[in-house]
Design a protein around this ligand. Structure first.
Ligand SMILES: [Zn+2]
Ligand SMILES: [Zn+2]
Length: 141
């Protein structure tokens, strides 16, 4: 009898982002998902490997596009430099703009609540000023 199984393997924390589901700001984890089919206990088919970004608090997740996972090692590296004070946050975002991270951007947009008047950046609703340029929202409730 053949049965299937998927194995999830958390790789590393990438970058703090507001979760569109639980609305907490937390570090999203890159998770590798591997599909395997077994005949008894013998793996007969190793399915494709996919990656997703997951909120560790509520387990909300989004699958990445093919090849996108390669960019997240760099994201985690850059953010590590910010935490150690080796990289300015503005330079961090500048570098992020050149990375291929559409799923991270999508999560970012989904969680967004207000748009900065000055730089047009999306901001989470619990931020009282733009995280990118520091401008306060004009029409904040
Ligand atoms: Zn969440
Ligand atoms: Zn701004």
């Amino acid at each position: 009898m053949i049965h299937g199984q998927t194995i999830e393997e958390p790789l590393f924390a990438c970058f703090p982002e507001m979760c569109p589901h639980c609305h907490q700001t937390t570090e999203f984890w890159l998770v590798r998902v591997t599909g395997t089919a077994f005949a008894g206990i013998i793996p007969v088919f190793l399915g494709g490997t996919e990656h997703l970004l997951r909120c560790p608090l509520c387990r909300f997740a989004r699958y990445l596009q093919k090849g996108e996972e390669k960019s997240y090692q760099r994201v985690a590296e850059l953010f590590g430099q910010v935490q150690k004070g080796q990289l300015q946050i503005a330079d961090f975002f500048k570098q992020m703009e050149s990375l291929h991270v559409p799923t991270l951007r999508q999560i970012h947009r989904e969680a967004a609540f207000w748009v900065c008047e000055s730089c047009k950046e999306d901001n989470p609703k619990n931020f009282s000023e733009c995280w990118k340029c520091g401008t306060r929202p004009v029409a904040a409730a």
